[in-house]
Design a protein. Structure first.
Length: 174
């Protein structure tokens, strides 16, 4: 049996290692860029939601989605106009919003496409038809699919993975 000389393979490693490190750096940077973009956008969005600033909520979201954006929930899809109308309508119905938070759970980047899993929560109060004020809490986990458009990450599809709604601490229908 021949013994392999490690010096024979050194030139190959010297050639491959920089390429491999560059690839890792590029993929890592794409991941970091998308995650930081999502966090920055969510921070602005959370602030606007808490202030019930519907125009700003819509402007932030519109700037981050593609023209063919779709929202999927329970086997049904909505275009951006329908989705934003439903979402902002829910915000308007709340009497007060006491807390809004967003958290990126994971990000997976593959070239010019990516998927991020995010959790969003909103708590506050709402008056019901009985004129009583109730504490409400909504939480949802979503898969957001992104693609690069003009060098920027844009969300083209959101899928609701799970959602819960509590009224006065008890599960309620949305």
């Amino acid at each position: 049996m021949r013994r392999l000389n490690s010096l024979t393979y050194t030139p190959l490693i010297v050639k491959i290692l920089p390429v491999l490190l560059l690839l890792i750096a590029v993929v890592g940077q794409a991941f970091a860029d998308l995650k930081s973009d999502i966090n920055a956008s969510n921070k602005k969005l959370d602030r606007a939601m808490k202030a019930k600033d519907i125009k700003t909520v819509e402007a932030i979201m519109k700037a981050n989605v593609t023209s063919d954006y779709k929202f999927f929930e329970g086997g049904r899809s909505q275009d951006f106009k329908t989705f934003i109308g439903n979402m902002t309508g829910s915000i308007v119905m709340m009497e007060t919003i006491t807390a809004v938070s967003s958290r990126v759970i994971s990000v997976k980047v593959a070239g010019d496409k990516a998927t991020a899993k995010e959790e969003h929560t909103i708590t506050g109060t709402m008056k019901t038809p009985d004129k009583k004020s109730h504490t409400t809490s909504w939480s949802g986990v979503f898969a957001d699919d992104y693609r690069k458009v003009g060098g920027q990450w844009k969300n083209f599809k959101t899928t609701a993975l799970s959602q819960s709604y509590l009224m006065d601490g008890k599960p309620a229908k949305m």
